[in-house]
Design a protein around this ligand. Sequence first.
Ligand code: ADP
Length: 212
Amino acid sequence: MFFSFDGIDGTGKSTQVDLFAQYVRASGHDVLTCRDPGGTLLGERLRDILLHKAEIPLGSRAEMLLYMASRAQLVHEVIKPALKQGSVVICDRFLLANVVYQGHAGGLPVAELWQVGQIATAGIQPDLTFVLDMPVDVAARRITGQLDRMESRGLDYMDRVRRGFLVEAARRDDVVTIDADREIAQIQHQIQTTVEERWPQAFAAQYQEGGG
Ligand code: ADP
């Protein structure tokens, strides 16, 4: 099974990825966590260019393809083998982020991004994506330290990103929106309840153990 977490920066993705990984492990599964872009030698180099090398000019198409290249290698080297072994894969961002940041917010054609993504991922898509959602100004206040290439695009861009996630979530039943402007434990609980409802065989036993 393959899960991803997405949403604008500061919404609590990495916090919830960690908590969800603990929960999935406690319910008896092997877990592999990763981040996109990144997760491989190539992917981490590309991540550095994409996020931290503002001095390297990147047109929107080159930027999109570097994200795709990082993801292609992540699928090939990490995600596909882990799924084959029966592990539950939990990824911090995936193709949806590319579609939303470079498509909905960045102006590239959304349908074509899904197609390039299909080639990059060999069709491997999360079974479920949690989009953590909150107002962009609230999320921005949670970010400390220097802003990366994406974060420094400003609140208008981030608001287009946020809207893009909501549009995709409304269109797709493999994308669930979570109100992330709440306590960490409340968000965690909703995420767990969602997977328990969708996959009672895989997750309900743990719920009973934890609750009993
Ligand atoms: P992301 O990975 O989406 O950028 P993080 O998980 O790194 O977000 O969280 C950003 C910051 O907000 C961190 O300092 C984290 O501790 C804090 N945080 C995460 N979830 C919540 C929450 N529900 N309420 C308040 N602060 C939170």
